[in-house]
Design a protein around this ligand. Structure first.
Ligand code: ZN
Length: 533
């Protein structure tokens, strides 16, 4: 849990007010650790020690921050939005790789994980070690994937250019845990008070402290310009429209003029300096005049999804639902209709207004000329609606008719298919789900949600040993090593009991030896985690 009280208590203990320097661009980030990585044998170095922070040390610093963010109730793993984000993020990574910004060494040592935060304010952030984060508010506010790509490419560049390490090397004398606490404090301060459960008074207090910290943690102006320049190259090299950079920049500039810091915490960590604005104008003048980007249906739907998932409250949900029923909606462009109807269906689901949800969904499904990604987003949502209404048979019917062609990287599709199978409560379906999920986690062992579903699939089959092990892996992937060790110990005990009773077959013995090995690895990781505190 990102506990504000504990973060600020530790900042106070560390006497951060007296620490100068240390810049971090932060906006924030999140992580998944590779549990299969070799356990590090050394503790985090003092940040001022080396000429430059070594890659491994920066990664571990990032993990120590990431594991706190993971426990935050506002961390959200939404596979549908996650896939959309990845569709942008992965091509940016490809582009950075081709341009030589992302070296093989950096790629291998850092996490390159982007996490979603349930907050309606506009923010994105890069943490040490290749952990990045995006507020849902940013996704709901941008008009195109190109605008989102311009922000992500900027943050990506802060990481690839080692801006974080450079600042720490130049200025840092603090221990890594102090730095981690400062970054967590900044992240806490960037959050919308109501969304993070803070009282208004606390928010003001945190805001004041944050301003003081921010002045110490900002990247330099040169680093910001470099992130703009190289990030622009990365995003356009990836095939995104340069106008996306321009229009996003204009949005930020306008918010800066209005001094809209509350809903744009991004501006606090990325101030709109005159130099950045001048650079952006030059880039814009070099662009050929082109018509504004047309709204794409899939983007409109994902923006609407992000908005509903911020949990805006009953009145706002009713307003979103009403937009889907507006009489003039039918005359709007199809993409806009798709966004409104998708958002309305989501809002109805949150309100548990099933009749209205069904109506909005039917109109969404009847929209003509949706492209393939948009049509697929509609299909996934109709599966979710059936599941939410408790109709597993229908959910399975909708998603399974597509199952044979689920793309290898279609996480939302695979996980929704598994959820639909589990909802049927049939052992035969649970078996299919566990087979599919085993293949999935073999390829992507860091997927905590997939491990959790796998645990449920084994439970339904009465296979307690594998269920407990899968629960243990889920905790481990969330970097909660003490909880993972507890679960692995429970699995070990169970396997020994079964062995004594002669009830462990050959496959069971193999499972038991995997559990023994994983328990030893996790105990090492838990020890290191405790040492770093
Ligand atoms: Zn920046």
């Amino acid at each position: 849990m990102l506990s504000y009280a504990s973060v600020f208590a530790s900042l106070h203990r560390a006497g951060w007010q007296r620490l100068g320097l240390l810049g971090l661009c932060v906006s924030l980030g999140l992580p998944l650790n590779t549990v299969h990585a070799q356990p590090a044998t050394t503790r985090l170095p003092n940040l001022g020690d080396g000429a430059e922070l070594p890659l491994g040390a920066e990664r571990r610093l990032g993990e120590s921050i990431a594991r706190e963010i993971y426990r935050d109730p506002d961390y959200i793993d939404d596979p549908v939005l996650g896939d959309y984000l990845q569709s942008i993020w992965q091509v940016l990574l490809d582009s950075a790789r081709q341009r030589g910004e992302l070296t093989p060494e950096l790629e291998q040592q850092f996490a390159w994980q982007v996490a979603l935060i349930r907050d309606r304010s506009i923010n994105a952030f890069a943490l040490p070690g290749g952990y990045l984060g995006v507020h849902l508010g940013l996704i709901s506010a941008v008009a195109s994937p190109d605008e989102l790509a311009s922000v992500l490419a900027h943050e990506l560049t802060h990481v690839t250019q080692r801006h974080i390490a450079r600042m720490m090397a130049q200025q840092g004398r603090q221990g890594p845990m102090v730095v981690a606490a400062m970054i967590l404090g900044m992240l806490a301060a960037s959050r919308t008070p109501s969304a993070s459960g803070m009282s208004a008074a606390n928010a003001v207090m945190v805001g004041g402290s944050a301003a003081a910290m921010q002045s110490q943690l900002n990247f330099s102006r040169d680093m910001e310009r470099e992130a703009d320049r190289i990030g622009y190259g990365v995003m356009t090299g990836a095939g995104f429209e340069p106008q996306g950079f321009v229009t996003m920049f204009e949005k930020l500039q306008q918010a800066a003029r209005l001094n809209d810091n509350g809903s744009f915490p991004y501006l606090r960590s990325h101030p709109m300096t005159n130099e950045r604005i001048a650079d952006a104008q030059v880039r814009q003048q070099l662009l050929p005049a082109r018509p504004a980007l047309a709204l794409r249906a899939v983007h409109a739907m994902m923006a609407a999804r992000a908005q509903v998932l911020t949990g805006p409250g009953v009145d706002a949900l009713r307003a979103i639902s009403a937009q889907g029923s507006a009489s003039n909606l039918a005359s709007a462009p199809v993409a806009k209709q798709a966004g409104a109807l998708y958002g309305a269906t989501m809002a109805d689901m949150a309100l548990r207004e099933w009749a209205s949800a069904r109506q909005h969904m039917a109109r969404l499904q009847a929209l003509p000329n949706l492209d393939a990604p948009a049509a697929y987003a509609v299909r996934l949502l109709s599966t979710e609606l059936a599941l939410a209404m408790g109709d597993a048979t229908q959910a399975l019917g909708v998603i399974e008719s597509k199952a044979r062609v689920l793309a290898a990287d279609d996480r939302a599709g695979h996980l929704l298919l598994a959820q639909s199978r589990l909802a049927s409560k049939q052992v035969v379906q649970a078996k299919l789900a566990s087979q599919d999920l085993m293949l999935w986690v073999n390829q992507r062992p860091r997927d905590a949600l997939a491990w959790q579903l796998l645990a449920s699939a084994y439970e339904l089959q009465g296979d307690s040993l594998r269920a407990i092990r899968a629960q243990a892996e889920a905790r481990a992937m969330e970097l909660d090593y003490p909880a993972a060790v507890d679960r692995f110990k429970a699995a070990q005990e169970l396997s020994r009991g079964l062995a004594r009773e002669g009830r462990l077959d050959r496959a069971g013995h193999i499972e038991a030896s995997i559990i023994d090995a994983r328990l030893r690895q996790l105990e090492n990781l838990r020890r290191e985690q405790a040492l770093e505190r």
